[in-house]
Design a protein around this ligand. Structure first.
Ligand code: C2E
Ligand code: CA
Ligand code: CA
Ligand code: CA
Length: 280
């Protein structure tokens, strides 16, 4: 082991203090982000593999910070979850997405479905989000089938009865449920039995090792076959190359998402994509 000199020690505590300060600043900035309208949503197309047609898109949040520029969700969603700010943020995301999907369904793509990422807290905190979201759907007259809720395994890992009750409530209302990052957890398959699932999203780590002769490829194909038999549609995430797309399409994967098709797009750019697509 290295001996820790006095200077190192000082350096260490200083960097810890800096980190704590940075975190506190982030939290207080984030509190204001909603009211200051600094949050925005980008939409990443999810396309049908056989024709490239976009009928779904994933809503991904961004933060236009007045000083630091655009900040991605990995940098502030965890903090938002720890502090409870995620509740307000998610309610905001939910109503924005409802508004956008209604508009696009009316004008450009009648079957469009937009997906929303959810956090564990949405299901464990009694009545905080679920009821509000169901109310928002009703109040805004958003067709439930226009919304897809993405849940991750770590949400379900320590899930209790209330989580599945709430998922069933959503599903009963007509909202689709997608299992996100499928295959990265410990017991993905058992969740398929326990929870209602309409769509399964194969994690990008599988997709990225697609061109090698690998177990991942075999697992991927097995997942697709299994999903088909269960009547669940499959989205492959993180497709970046033609090769990945071709392999997945041959395996029978219905939908694809990734930089090969499109990056996450700002409202206007996604709007333009739907317009082009309508004219074709
Ligand atoms: P995720 O749900 O797995 O979202 C997919 C991430 O992969 C996005 O990163 C997307 O930009 C990125 N991606 C898309 N195509 C490709 C590709 O071809 N290659 C590679 N390498 N990456 C690709 P992003 O936008 O930074 O989001 C990161 C995570 O933050 C999301 O992972 C999701 O868990 C979370 N997140 C995003 N928006 C929200 C939100 O509104 N609420 C909550 N609770 N979480 C969110
Ligand atoms: Ca997702
Ligand atoms: Ca359904
Ligand atoms: Ca994912």
């Amino acid at each position: 082991a290295k001996s820790i000199g006095k200077n190192n020690y000082h350096y260490y505590t200083k960097s810890m203090r800096d980190a704590a300060l940075k975190r506190m600043t982030l939290i207080s900035d984030l509190r204001h982000a909603i009211e200051n309208e600094e949050l925005f949503i980008v939409y990443q197309p999810i396309v049908e593999m056989h024709n490239g047609y976009c009928t779904k898109a994933e809503a991904l949040i961004r933060w236009q910070h007045p000083v630091h520029g655009v900040i991605g969700p990995l940098e502030f969603i965890p903090v938002a979850e720890e502090t409870g700010l995620i509740i307000d943020i998610s309610n905001w995301v939910f109503s924005q997405v409802c508004r956008d999907v209604r508009h696009w369904r009316k004008t450009l793509c009648p079957t469009l479905q937009l997906s929303i990422n959810t956090s564990p807290i949405h299901y464990t905190d009694p009545d905080r989000c679920i009821t509000q979201w169901l109310d928002t759907l009703l109040e805004t007259r958003t067709p439930p089938q226009a919304i897809l809720l993405e849940i991750t395994e770590n949400l379900l890992m320590d899930a209790n009865q209330s989580v599945s009750t709430k998922l069933f409530q959503f599903r009963q209302a007509g909202v689709d449920i997608a299992l996100d990052d499928f295959g990265t957890g410990y017991s993905s398959i058992s969740y398929l039995k326990k929870y209602p699932t309409d769509i399964l999203k194969i994690d990008k780590s599988f997709v990225h090792s697609m061109s090698e002769v690998s177990n991942d490829k075999v697992l991927c194909e097995a997942i697709i076959v299994m999903a088909k038999k269960l009547g669940i549609k499959v989205v492959a995430e993180g497709i970046e190359t033609e090769e990945q797309r071709n392999i997945l399409q041959k395996m029978g994967c219905e939908y694809g998402q990734g930089y090969l098709f499109a990056k996450p797009l700002k409202y206007q750019d996604f709007d333009a994509l739907l317009k082009r697509q309508k004219q074709d």
